[in-house]
Design a protein around this ligand. Structure first.
Ligand code: NAD
Length: 503
């Protein structure tokens, strides 16, 4: 039912019905090297353009995405099996990101003259410029193939880098089509897509100057090792086990809605899915009752373009197996499934599932499940909720529901996560001016935020003389001896105090 990379070909199948959608050639390392070589040549001219000129190309590309939105969403739905509503989310998200980065990039990339510090610097002209990494590799997973690929490619392009994207071998088609669109708008050839599985990805890591990876923690660690060997920087956006805390002063109806949406969106296959919930005892029964009602109303199935279903299939056989393992483990250790708890027989779908009577020895509370499953624990107070929420290897994001924002913010400051949403889920995915990145095993670095474009460039300091530049002598022995003599004389004359005060 899922993509099967062979030596030369990747067969892409629909996760919803197993039918073959397409077969595409898998690129070997030599092809990746050649693609990156061509990108390197094209990048020089791209970096020479002003940031505003690069923005013009990106805005033209944005318009191409909008013009081709329907075809792209259709392809995305076929290769991911997402419900139509969810397949339509990725392009608006990217369009919004292009608008944001297009507006902010020129200012961020402008040359600067930082304030001078110290007596020697006082004689210097200090110029700080940003120069792009020549080729950035963007490696992405199957859960949001297009959104995640372009979300990282766009700021890198604006920074002046060339970009090679390697989408997941399970969902390569939409990304390949979107990258083809870059060529159609007449932009310089600085965006390419290479198709293949892990070996193709390794070849990317071995040949680019910066690697931006989104995927599992285990692959992320392998990439971090490979990047360290080459001393190239890497950004890692990895797995999560996001906690939601519902306090006794929360709007319980809203919290229950959010828990169901947070756990079931994209069939639970979001890095920021709500993967576990801690509810204060006073509102536990009401919360559970509302979640049961909501979950039972969800429609599970293979969607067309009529918005008929809410929850799609798991994207791969391996993912389905993980969900089955976590639910079975919980049930075997005494948990109860109040809703669901089983796969839809003979298909790649799993019933939306609510687990209660769970504890932290169970896989469903410790490991990333990445499926339509919601385990809920009753807690006595907020301290217990915070302790359990932090009892995780992961730290991507978290959610707190409370009627008192000051109380919720106090809890947020105690949570070990890169982002905390209060009285909402996924809100931080849309606040592009804030950083988005995981703590602990959830990642290294971040995307978005004020420095999102800058991270794909290197600062270069250019220093020249301000005062009488033509008279300065830089012949080494003379300069060093002169410096030592000036220092000695200065000390004799009591210049130490001046140094302490003014340097
Ligand atoms: P994965 O790690 O299996 O694969 C991700 C990508 O890495 C794929 O393109 C794959 O071909 C490539 N790859 C595999 N081995 C490689 C290697 N040795 N060198 C280079 N590339 C290699 O992850 P997945 O199963 O596709 O995605 C699911 C994971 O992604 C989940 O853990 C999820 O939490 C995570 N994710 C994180 C974020 C985030 O922003 N933090 C967003 C979405 C998904």
């Amino acid at each position: 039912m899922t993509a099967k990379p062979t030596d030369t070909v990747i067969t892409v199948r629909s996760p919803a019905n197993g039918q073959i959608i397409d077969s595409v050639p898998q690129m070997d390392a030599a092809t990746v090297v050649a693609v990156i070589g061509e990108l390197r040549v094209a990048q020089a001219g791209w970096a020479d353009l002003s940031p505003r000129a690069r923005v013009t190309h990106l805005l033209r590309y944005r318009d191409w995405l909008l013009d081709n939105e329907f075809q792209l969403a259709e392809m995305l739905q076929r290769e991911t099996g997402k419900p139509w509503a969810e397949a339509n989310l990725e392009i608006p998200y990217i369009v919004d990101a292009i608008n944001y980065y297009a507006r902010t990039a020129p200012g961020l990339l402008a040359d600067r003259t930082p304030p001078r510090h110290g007596m020697i610097a006082a004689t210097k002209r200090q110029l700080l410029i940003q120069r792009p990494y020549p080729v950035v590799g963007v490696i992405t997973p199957w859960n949001f193939p297009l959104g995640l690929s372009l979300l990282d490619a766009v700021p890198a392009l604006l920074a002046g880098a060339a970009v090679v994207v390697k989408p997941s071998e399970f969902t390569p088609l939409t990304v390949a089509a979107a990258v083809a669109g870059w060529k159609q708008v007449g932009a310089p050839r600085v965006l390419e897509c290479v198709i293949g599985a892990g070996e193709t990805g390794s070849a990317v890591v071995a040949n680019v100057d910066y690697i931006q990876f989104t995927g599992s923690t285990s692959t992320g660690k392998a990439i971090a090792h490979a990047a360290a060997e080459r001393l190239i920087p890497c950004g890692l956006e990895l797995g999560g086990k996001d906690a939601m805390i519902v306090l006794d002063d929360a709007d319980v109806a809203r919290a229950a809605n959010a828990a169901v949406w947070g756990a079931m969106a994209n069939s639970g296959q979001m890095c920021t899915s709500v993967e576990r919930v801690y509810v204060e005892a006073g509102v536990y029964e009401e919360f559970i009752g509302r979640v049961v009602e909501r979950l039972k109303a969800l429609r599970v199935g293979e969607d067309d373009q009529q918005f008929r279903y809410d929850v799609g299939p798991l994207a791969t056989d391996a993912q389905l197996a993980i969900v089955c393992e976590h639910v079975d483990d919980a049930l075997a250790r005494g948990a109860e499934a109040l809703v669901g708890g089983v796969r839809v027989e003979g298909s790649g779908f799993f019933q939306p599932t609510l687990l209660v009577d769970v504890d932290h020895t169970m896989l469903c509370m410790q490991r990333e499940t990445f499926g339509p499953m919601l385990p809920v624990m009753k807690v006595q107070d907020e301290d217990e909720a915070v302790r359990l929420a932090n009892d995780s290897d992961y730290g991507l994001s978290a959610t707190v529901f409370s009627g008192n924002r000051a109380r919720a913010e106090r809890i947020a400051r105690r949570l070990e996560a890169g982002a905390v949403n209060i009285n909402d889920v996924f809100g931080n995915l849309f606040t592009l001016s804030l950083p988005q990145g995981g703590w602990k095993q959830s990642g290294m670095g971040h995307r978005n935020g004020a420095d999102a474009v800058l991270k794909y460039s290197r600062p270069q300091a250019i220093v020249s003389a301000r005062v009488l530049p033509q008279r300065e002598v830089t012949w080494y022995p003379y300069t060093a001896i002169r410096g030592a003599i000036v220092h000695r004389v200065g000390r004799l004359l009591g210049a130490r105090d001046l140094l302490r005060r003014f340097s």
